[in-house]
Design a protein around this ligand. Sequence first.
Ligand code: SF4
Length: 219
Amino acid sequence: MNYRINEVFETIQGEGFYTGTPAIFIRLQGCDVGCPWCDTKHTWEIHLEDERSLMQINQPSQDRNVWAHGDVASLVELVKGYQAKHVVITGGEPCSYDLRPLTTQLHDAGYQCQIETSGTYPISVDSRSWVTVSPKIGMRGKKEVLAQAMTRADEVKHPVGRLADIEALEALLERCPTAAKIALQPISQQPRATQLCIETCIKNNWRLSVQLHKYIGVL
Ligand code: SF4
């Protein structure tokens, strides 16, 4: 199994349940969901001519549009070069890939895996993996959030800019009930969105996710 990888780096997980946890991020290439406020638009397209080698993927690049192929064994070896024991597989949309081979080998090698997905693709991961669904509702790519994704989710982390975003989440939870923990995350640290999230979290006993990495100035 081969994956297209945009970057691999080690940092502090700044969002959701694992906030504050040292983590190795594997960012996979490719996404057709089309969120207008996406801050990783460089992962959307796949240009064959931009490919670089896996050996270079964890080195800083001037051009974030480049990516590499990596098989499972090579990726696990790459991960072993870092200190953290928590691996976050993100994107792009990681669930456009079958993640079972990668997550199973990482768990077997002693790592905890977390997947960050939009919920618009069926989720194929090891049963031990923590799944964070950040449901992308009504985006340009016109993909539906799937009931299978909401059922598999350990955590639903919802980006909020305005009241309509919370109403969209409530409608989704009605259509696709889930036992997952719910967290609201203000988009771009906007004060009004943050206040709205605080009030809604208190009312519903949900959690607040504040993108800690942006406050402490790390990736
Ligand atoms: S799903 Fe993620 S990577 Fe894809 S467009 Fe939305 S925010 Fe960006």
